[in-house]
Write a protein that binds this ligand. Structure first.
Ligand SMILES: Cc1ncc(COP(=O)(O)O)c(C=O)c1O
Length: 387
């Protein structure tokens, strides 16, 4: 304990968020008394869980400006991305054999594209500028008459920058290609509107939005009449796109998490922006040469990636035990070497190694921010002196 602060301080909100207690309250009955199979249509046990799923579908849809019938429940954003990319590509590849994505996408997107390359499709991986954003002229130039899909993530998980979704959506609409966005890090953190942004497919993750792990969704625009080769086949649930018995508890949890986000997002963003400034300005003032990765304005405030010249990244991470932070994406932390996202931004290898992602969110306090700033300044200064 330090001045009433519980250590370590959780600062890894991009890896996962804690379940909001209100979400848990919504979920609990579906583990006990309301246990019916939502696909059992002949009795009350099935009806009540089917109702819960309908409600949840509406809550997810409302947060992104969609209709309930356009929401397909999955196990998470990984599955949603796989379904969007592989499912669509396998259905349409005979007619259109090219797709476009970005070098800084999450591994589950990049690996889905790599799988389709192995199946004979061609993929263009767009570079990003040093601020982490896609250059729209480069995107325009990459689209050909053969292009089926453009997939650009909404918010980057390592550096927090927001890609220009509305502009990308407009380009895709004009060029008549489908637009998918991996919005795992964006949903509930910033306003998203699938109509205004011309999004055809959007991947959503429950555990990044204070909901449970093991649930996600794929938004599929109804009017685009998209067709897929499903990844999971079976009983034909979720309109045949994703067979398997749905979990009412997990669906209800994702729905509740989305409803809370819809009501509280604006206030939460303002509070997090203040905490972002407090943290970033504090670190910049106390650690000469520290570099904030990604555009400072076009970002969500909860994701703060800092590179610290003159220190060894592994030593720094070891020194920062009081802060539950990450040296990059949690999912890639088993992979040695500097992050491919930072490399794509042009961050040189030594600096990329000395990069820490500080994630702040719903339960972060100002006192925790101040403690974290002091800790970072102290540890970086010590390591620099020892070097
Ligand atoms: C941008 C992005 N896409 C996809 C995922 C995968 O999400 P899930 O854990 O729901 O499969 C993550 C989580 O690490 C992410 O940050």
């Amino acid at each position: 304990m330090a001045s009433g602060i519980q250590l370590p301080i959780y600062m890894d909100y991009q890896a996962t968020t804690p379940l909001d207690p209100r979400v848990l309250d919504t979920m609990l009955p579906y583990f006990t008394t309301r246990f019916g199979n939502p696909h059992s249509s002949s009795h009350k046990f099935g009806w009540e869980t089917a109702d819960a799923i309908d409600r949840a579908r509406g809550q997810v849809a409302a947060l992104i400006g969609a209709g309930p019938k356009e929401v397909v429940f999955t196990s998470g954003a990984t599955e949603s991305n796989n379904l969007a990319i592989k499912g669509l590509a396998r259905f349409y590849r005979k007619h259109r054999g090219h797709m476009v994505t970005v070098a800084t996408e999450h591994k589950c997107v990049l690996e889905s594209f790599a799988a389709m390359e192995r199946e004979g499709m061609s993929v263009t991986y767009l570079p990003v500028r040093s601020d982490g954003l896609v250059d729209l002229d480069v995107l325009r130039a990459a689209i050909t008459g053969e292009t089926l899909l453009v997939s650009v993530m909404a918010v980057n998980n390592e550096i927090g920058v927001i890609q220009p979704l509305a502009e990308i959506g407009a380009i895709c609409r004009e060029r008549r290609v489908f637009f998918h966005t991996d919005a795992a890090q964006a949903v509930g953190k910033m306003p998203l509107d699938v109509e205004a942004m011309n999004i055809d497919l959007m991947s959503i993750s429950g555990h990044k939005v204070y909901g449970p792990k093991g649930i996600g969704a794929l938004y599929v625009r109804a009017r685009s009449r998209l067709k897929f080769d499903p990844i999971l086949s079976g009983g034909g649930q979720e309109g045949g796109l994703r067979s398997g018995t749905l979990s009412p508890a997990l669906c209800a949890g994702l729905g509740a998490a989305c409803a809370i986000a819809a009501g509280e997002m604006d206030g939460e963003r303002e509070r997090l922006r203040l905490q972002f400034d407090r943290f970033v300005d504090g670190v910049l003032a106390g650690v000469p040469g520290a570099v904030l990765n990604g555009d400072r304005e076009q970002r969500i405030p909860g994701n703060i990636s800092f590179s610290f010249p003159g220190v060894d990244g592994a030593l720094l991470l070891a020194q920062l035990r009081a802060l539950a932070v990450s040296s990059g994406a949690a999912c890639a932390s088993a992979v040695a070497g500097p992050s491919y996202v930072l490399r794509a931004l042009g961050v040189e290898e030594r600096l990329a190694q000395a990069t820490i992602r500080f994630g702040i969110g719903r339960f972060t306090t100002d006192a925790e921010i101040d403690y974290a700033v002091d800790t970072v300044i102290q540890k970086v200064t010590q390591l620099r002196k020892a070097a």
